[in-house]
Design a protein around this ligand. Structure first.
Ligand SMILES: NC(=O)c1ccc[n+]([C@@H]2O[C@H](COP(=O)([O-])OP(=O)(O)OC[C@H]3O[C@@H](n4cnc5c(N)ncnc54)[C@H](O)[C@@H]3O)[C@@H](O)[C@H]2O)c1
Length: 252
């Protein structure tokens, strides 16, 4: 679908991959709502792109519903939803202090899996109310962020890996269910990208990861993730699949 004039929501849109996506979609003419828990940065990004900043913890049913309502009232129902909200906390399941608190696992799963599902169910409901677009017959597209960690299972982050694998696993059944509404569902599994999330990792780990990337031997630029989002939005045949964007990296 052509992006110009459409409403879009981007969760985690105040930083990293989400902020790059918000900028790219706005640059292509979309009316963008930035949903995030970090309101200072959300306002900054929204101000820069002429969009709307909305406070939202994606893992909360009430927050999600209120945020989607605010976005709808300002821009109309969104035909583009991109879920980038996320937290990355590595932790051993069985460390030297004993088993990890279950709350750690719940928190990671809540933000990534429950949060993505929460926004998808609400965004899909809004899209289903839209008329099909004349040029492609589609009503909208949901794009979620998985991770190559969900496939490769690097050690030290079982909760994150599992939540990301689940985001990828939701993609095909969600696309099948929503096909009757002419809504596409895609996911992107990034490798290593230069964002505040990656900046929290140790230099040793960053160097090892960079060395392990076949080509190009560098971290991805968030703008490259955003360019893939635009390709997905504008390519009606892309549906029900998770695309790796990782320079060929396989984590160990
Ligand atoms: N950077 C990478 O190398 C990389 C690799 C693979 C996957 N990812 C995934 O890409 C997504 C974006 O990551 P990033 O690197 O841009 O990170 P980031 O830290 O720059 O941005 C994440 C954003 O999500 C927001 N957020 C966190 N919890 C939230 C919640 N409960 N509700 C709403 N917003 C919330 C944060 O405030 C932040 O603005 C994440 O899902 C991450 O797991 C990133």
């Amino acid at each position: 679908m052509q992006i110009d004039g459409l409403a879009a929501i981007v969760t985690g849109g105040s930083s990293g991959l989400g902020a790059a996506t918000a900028r790219r979609l706005a640059g292509a003419g979309a009316k963008v709502a930035v949903l995030d828990v970090n309101m200072d940065q959300a306002r900054e990004v929204a101000g820069e792109i002429g969009g709307l900043a909305i406070e939202c913890d994606v893992s909360s049913e009430e927050n999600g519903e209120a945020a989607m309502k605010a976005a709808r009232q300002a821009h109309g129902p969104a035909r583009i939803s991109v879920c980038c909200a996320g937290v990355s906390e590595s932790r051993l399941m069985l460390g030297k202090d004993g088993p990890a608190p279950l709350a750690h696992h719940s928190r990671i799963v809540n933000v990534h899996l429950i949060g993505t599902y929460n926004i998808c169910r609400l965004a899909a409901a809004d899209m289903a109310e839209c008329d099909p677009l004349p040029e492609t017959g589609e009503r909208g597209v949901l794009i979620n962020t998985a991770s190559i960690a969900g496939y490769d299972g690097p050690p030290g982050a079982i909760s994150y890996n599992a939540a990301k694998a689940a985001v990828a696993a939701m993609c095909l059944p969600m696309s099948r269910e929503l096909s009757r509404h002419a809504i596409r569902v895609m996911a992107i599994a990034p490798g290593m990208f230069e964002t505040p999330m990656a900046q929290g990792l140790s230099q040793k780990y960053l160097d090892e990861m960079t060395a392990a990337i076949p080509f190009p031997k560098r971290f991805g630029d968030p703008a490259e993730y955003a360019a893939l989002v635009e390709t997905i939005v504008t390519s009606p045949m892309l549906n029900g699949e998770t695309i790796r964007i990782d320079g060929g990296l396989r984590m160990r």
